[in-house]
Structure formats: structure tokens, C-alpha cells
Write a protein that binds this ligand. Structure first.
Ligand code: PLP
Ligand code: COI
Length: 364
């Protein structure tokens, strides 16, 4: 059985590639996750062959049996990462081995086959190379979506004996409406995202399915994202539907909820912690109660708050709404600390400033 990373990608370029002028038009102003590149990467796993059949081919629909395991018991995990075009035209990824490691951890939690990290990054690299014309310049990027699902046709409840790993790519601009300097969030008092012992730290589709009702409620309240509190006490701030959260305190320190097992260990979160500590900024990873956040925002002890993640990058939180009222953070727009963190992080990602940690991974 092949458990190694010696799998080679067979590349079969699309016979109907998108013409250049059409690619240029598609990547000029893309809506998040609507436009896709010409190709996809796939690797299959079976309990008898291990990882095999690695391909880059024209993007096409999957044909799956109605009894396909993922349709019934939701064994599915994914990742989110971006390829950036530097000012010199070169293309790079940001800490792709961290995504590969998290993907393995998600697979382990969901009792799925664990893809070797080099194969994960190899698939992403190969796809980005083939579809490199789709990587926008400027503030855009090519969003990459590696994912894996249980592909065995079988209705018994047990781990699948077959999986399909796939990577697709989509040129993207801002996740939130362009030009929005800060978002408004809704604190869910009714729904939780993850409980101790559950799957909160895994990037599995089921977590997002469970969050959608709260996200719909947030949208109905005029909010951009939902904030989840912990499942046990309904007191402690955990994270947003698709992002981690930070608070900027009046003494200049940063605060963010700890990795308790119920939140996603964000790579953006980890990078911001490293960057801040390197600058001598104190970062505390301590539980923070929603009620304290409200009191601190009103008293001025909390100066700024921001959401962070691959899709959201670093986005200021300007206003918070909840069942009993609402409050503003600072002046309701992006504060100076949030702006500086955003500029530093995106500068490293786009090769505009020095990369002290060696986070950029050159592709083409
Ligand atoms: N939390 C959730 C629930 C997410 O979906 C994401 C996005 O992937 C994050 C946090 C941030 O993770 P990362 O910074 O690795 O993109
Ligand atoms: C990402 O940031 O990659 C995510 O998966 C979150 C989602 C809001 C797109």
C-alpha cells in the first residue's frame, strides 16, 4: 500500500482552456468563490492501494453513487488558503505546510485517511502552476480549496474505505463587501458551534452546516458574521462562523480566546500572535467573557476588535449586536492597531516586506 509521498501527478491540460482575455476579465473583480479556474487536482485513497491516481485535469463534476458515504454521514474536511502574486509577478503560498498539518489533524478527528503533508502541498503547487494565469495581482488572490470526502458506496455506519482528495481554485477579492472598513457581528444566544469533545478544532463541513442557521440569523439582524459563545456556559467568546477573533486592549496588549479544542486553530491567528510577540506586544490567550467584552468596549478598555482568517484576512469589528442590545467598538471603524497588523501580514503574504519567519512558499 502506498503511504508515501512518491505519488507523481499526471497532468492532462484542459482541451478547452479559458481564453486569456476572458481570464483577465474574470479575475478583475471577482465575487468570493463564484469563478473557478480551468483545472483541479485529485488523489484517491483506498484501504488496499493507499494514495494513488494523482491527477491534474480539467475541472469537471464528480460522478458519485447515491449511496456515497459522504452524502449520509458527512465524512468531509476542507482547507482554505491563498496564492498571491508579488509585484515581480512571482507566485507564492503562505505557510502551506500548516494547512497540510491541520488537514491531517482534521482527517484524524473525522476518522479519515491522512494525506501526507508533502502530497497535500504538492497538489496545491501543481494546480497553481497549471492555473497560474488565474492568480490576480493587486489586492486579489487565488483562493485554494483542498477538500476530501468519503467516496465509498455503503450505508453501514463506519469509516469509509475510500476517499477522494481534491483541490479547486477560485480567484477572489475581499470576502466582505469591498470598501467596508469594519463589519458588524451578531452574538448568538441560542446556537453554539462546537462542544468539548466535539469537532470544533477540525475543519469539517459539518461544523459549517451547524453554523448556518446562526449565520442566517446574523444576516437577518443586519450583521456580517456570527460570534459563537462556548457550549457549556454560554459565556465565553469562542470565534466567528469562519474566522478567529482578537481584541486590542487599552494597554496595547492583544487578547484572543485560547485553543480549547472547540475553536479552529487558525493559521492567521497563529501568525498574528508570532508577529505581535516579535514586536514586543503582549498577547494573552485567555478566555474572555462576552459580558466583559461589552463592559470593556463601553468603558474604553477595549479599543479595537478584529476578525482574522484566510478569507477575511484581518477585518475590523465595528459594532456588536446581541439579543439585549448593541455596542460599538472604538469609533466603529478600523483602528490603528488592526490596520498595522493587516498591513504587516498582507505585506509579508504579498512579498512587499521582509518575511522574518520564512512563511512564504514560492510556487512559480
Ligand atoms: N475559524 C473558522 C471557523 C474558520 O473557518 C477559519 C477559516 O478558515 C478560521 C477560524 C481562520 O483560519 P485560518 O486563519 O487558518 O484561515
Ligand atoms: C477560510 O477563511 O478559508 C474559510 O474557510 C472560512 C470561510 C468563511 C470561507
Amino acid at each position: 500500500m502506498n503511504t508515501e509521498t512518491t505519488v507523481q501527478f499526471v497532468i492532462s491540460p484542459s482541451t478547452t482552456p479559458t481564453p486569456h482575455d476572458q481570464i483577465t476579465a474574470s479575475i478583475a473583480n471577482p465575487v468570493f468563490g463564484r469563478v473557478f479556474t480551468d483545472h483541479m487536482a485529485t488523489v484517491r485513497w483506498t484501504n488496499t492501494l493507499g494514495w494513488h491516481d494523482a491527477k491534474i485535469e480539467a475541472r469537471r463534476p464528480f460522478q458519485i453513487d447515491p449511496a456515497c458515504a459522504v452524502l449520509h454521514y458527512a465524512q468531509e474536511i476542507f482547507e482554505g488558503m491563498k496564492a498571491y502574486r508579488g509585484e515581480d509577478g512571482s507566485i507564492s503560498l503562505f505557510r502551506p505546510f500548516e494547512n497540510a498539518r491541520r488537514f491531517r489533524a482534521s482527517a484524524a478527528r473525522m476518522s479519515m485517511a491522512e494525506l501526507p503533508e508533502a502530497l497535500f502541498v504538492g497538489a496545491v503547487d501543481a494546480l497553481v502552476k497549471v492555473d497560474q494565469d488565474w492568480v490576480p495581482g493587486g489586492d486579489g488572490s487565488l483562493y485554494l480549496r483542498p477538500f476530501m470526502f468519503a467516496s465509498e458506496s455503503f450505508l453501514g455506519v463506519r469509516s469509509s474505505n475510500e476517499y477522494v482528495f481534491c483541490v479547486i481554485a477560485s480567484p477572489v477579492g475581499p470576502y466582505f463587501k469591498a470598501g467596508k472598513s469594519a463589519v458588524t457581528v451578531w452574538v448568538s444566544d441560542q446556537y453554539t458551534r462546537a462542544a468539548p469533545g466535539g469537532t470544533g478544532a477540525a475543519k469539517c463541513g459539518g461544523n459549517y452546516a451547524a453554523s448556518l442557521i446562526a449565520q442566517t440569523e446574523a444576516a437577518a439582524k443586519g450583521c456580517d458574521q456570527v460570534v459563537f459563545l462556548d457550549a457549556a456556559e454560554h459565556k465565553w467568546i469562542e470565534e466567528l462562523g469562519g474566522m478567529n477573533v482578537f481584541f486590542v486592549m487599552d494597554d496595547g496588549s492583544l487578547r484572543t480566546p485560547p485553543l480549547s479544542g472547540t475553536i479552529l486553530p487558525g493559521i492567521t491567528r497563529a501568525s498574528i500572535i508570532d508577529l505581535a510577540r516579535q514586536e514586543g506586544i503582549t498577547v494573552s490567550e485567555e478566555p474572555y467573557a462576552f459580558e466583559t467584552w461589552q463592559a470593556d468596549a463601553i468603558s474604553g478598555r477595549v479599543k479595537e476588535a478584529f476578525a482574522c482568517g484566510t478569507a477575511a484576512v484581518v477585518t475590523a469589528i465595528g459594532e456588536v449586536r446581541h439579543a439585549a442590545g448593541e455596542f460599538k467598538i472604538g469609533h466603529g471603524g478600523e483602528g490603528p492597531v488592526t490596520q498595522r497588523i493587516r498591513t504587516t501580514l498582507t505585506g509579508i503574504q504579498r512579498g512587499k516586506i521582509a518575511d522574518p519567519f520564512g512563511w512564504s512558499h514560492h510556487v512559480a
